[in-house]
Design a protein around this ligand. Structure first.
Ligand SMILES: [Zn+2]
Ligand SMILES: [Zn+2]
Length: 346
C-alpha cells in the first residue's frame, strides 16, 4: 500500500509499505479520507515532541472496516467509522474524573501510532479500549466525518469557555478551526459572532462561508476598537483565540466584557510561549481564562452528531480534495492559508 511517512523536518516520503494486519483485539480499516490541518504543517516543518520518526502521519481519519480481530465485538467489515486522534489512557485520575483531554498518559494516532495518510490503518487497541472508534451516522460522508476530530476539539474549547445562549463571541483566526468555532457558537445559541483575522484574503474566504455578524481584518483596523464599537464599549462575553499569536491573546483580554471568558484555544510557538497580560483586568473585571487541549472520545461522538443533524455543517468548509500523492501540495495549501479544509483521499 502507499503511505506518507515522516522522517525529519522537511522530509516526508511517499512510500510503499506492507499492508498492516490487525491483532486479535484490533480493527483494520481502509482509509477513505484523512484531512490535513495546521498540526500537519507544524510536524512537516519542525517535527513534534510526541512523534518519534519514522511515522505515518495523519490524524483526522474516516474509513471503512475491512477486517476485525477475533476478540473484537461490535464491528464488522463494511462499517463506516471515524477514529479519534487523542487517545486518553482511560484509567488515570484525570480520565476517571472525566478530564480525558488532559490525560497525562495520552497518546495520539499519527504520533505514537501510524496515522491515516495511508491506504490502510490498524486502529490501535488503545483506541478501542476507550471507545474511540465511532460509527459514522447515515448521510454523513467520509470527508465530513474526517472533520469530526477538529470539531471535537472546538467543542471541548467552547464547553470550557461556556459558550451559550445570548453570548456575543469573538473568534480570532479565520482558518478551519476559526470557521468551526463560528458555526458551533451559533449552534450553541450565541447572539452575535464576530470573526477577526490578519489576512484579508483568508478573512473574506471564510466569512463568505460562515457569515459572521462582523468580519474584522486586524491588518486594516484595530480589532479591539472595532469590537468595542460593535458592543457599545461593553466588549464580548467570550473571546476565542484560534491563532498561534501572543498578540491575539493579549488583545483578547481587552475585547472581553466584564465577567467575560477567554479561550486560549490555539497554542503559541514553543520558543515564544509567554505573553504580557494586565492581571488587574482579570481581577477587577472577573475574567476567566481557559485553555483547550484536544478532545475526548465523547466529544468526537457528539461532533459527529452535530454534523449529522446539520447543527454544524462542514461539507462546504472542505475546499480541496487531493490524492495521497499530492500531500506535499496539501501541506503547502494549508501553510499558506489559501484553503479552508484540505482532505486527502488515500
Ligand atoms: Zn488536526
Ligand atoms: Zn488518563
Amino acid at each position: 500500500m502507499r503511505v506518507a511517512r515522516y522522517y525529519a523536518p522537511g522530509d516526508l516520503r511517499l512510500e510503499d509499505a506492507p499492508e498492516p494486519s490487525p491483532g486479535r483485539d484490533e480493527v483494520k480499516i481502509r482509509v477513505r479520507q484523512c484531512s490535513t490541518c495546521g498540526t500537519d504543517v507544524k510536524i512537516f516543518n519542525h517535527g513534534h515532541h510526541h512523534l518519534v520518526p519514522p511515522r505515518v502521519i495523519g490524524h483526522e481519519i474516516a474509513g471503512e472496516v475491512v477486517e476485525v480481530g477475533a476478540d473484537v465485538r461490535g464491528w464488522a467489515a463494511g462499517d463506516r467509522v471515524q477514529v479519534i486522534a487523542a487517545v486518553p489512557c482511560g484509567t488515570c485520575p484525570d480520565c476517571v474524573r472525566g478530564r480525558m483531554p488532559v490525560c497525562p498518559d495520552q497518546t495520539s494516532v499519527g504520533y505514537h501510532y501510524d496515522g491515516g495518510f495511508a491506504e490502510y490503518l490498524v486502529v490501535p487497541r488503545a483506541v478501542l479500549a476507550v471507545d474511540g472508534l465511532n460509527r459514522i451516522p447515515d448521510g454523513v460522508g467520509f470527508a465530513e466525518a474526517s472533520v469530526a476530530e477538529p470539531l471535537a476539539c472546538v467543542l471541548n474549547g467552547q464547553e470550557l469557555a461556556g459558550v451559550g445562549p445570548g453570548d456575543d463571541v469573538v473568534v480570532v483566526g479565520a482558518g478551519p478551526i476559526g470557521c468551526l468555532h463560528v458555526r458551533l457558537a451559533r449552534a450553541r445559541g450565541a447572539a452575535r459572532v464576530f470573526l477577526v483575522e490578519l489576512n484579508r484574503a483568508r478573512l473574506d474566504m471564510s466569512a463568505e462561508k460562515v457569515h459572521p455578524d462582523a468580519a474584522i481584518c486586524s491588518a486594516e483596523a484595530d480589532a479591539v476598537d472595532e469590537v468595542r464599537k460593535l458592543t457599545d464599549g461593553r466588549g464580548v462575553d467570550v473571546v476565542i483565540t484560534a491563532a498561534a499569536s501572543g498578540a491575539a491573546q493579549e488583545d483578547a483580554l481587552q475585547m472581553a466584557a466584564r465577567s467575560g471568558r477567554i479561550s486560549f484555544f490555539g497554542g503559541l510557538p514553543k520558543d515564544r510561549p509567554t505573553i504580557t497580560l494586565d492581571s488587574n483586568l482579570v481581577h477587577y473585571r472577573e475574567l476567566t481564562i481557559v485553555g483547550a487541549n484536544g478532545s475526548s472520545p465523547e466529544h468526537n461522538k457528539r461532533a459527529l452528531e452535530l454534523i449529522a443533524t446539520g447543527q454544524v455543517p462542514v461539507a462546504d468548509l472542505i475546499t480541496h480534495r487531493l490524492r495521497l500523492s499530492e500531500l506535499p501540495d496539501a501541506i503547502k495549501l494549508v501553510a499558506t492559508g489559501a484553503a479552508i479544509k484540505v482532505t486527502i483521499e488515500p
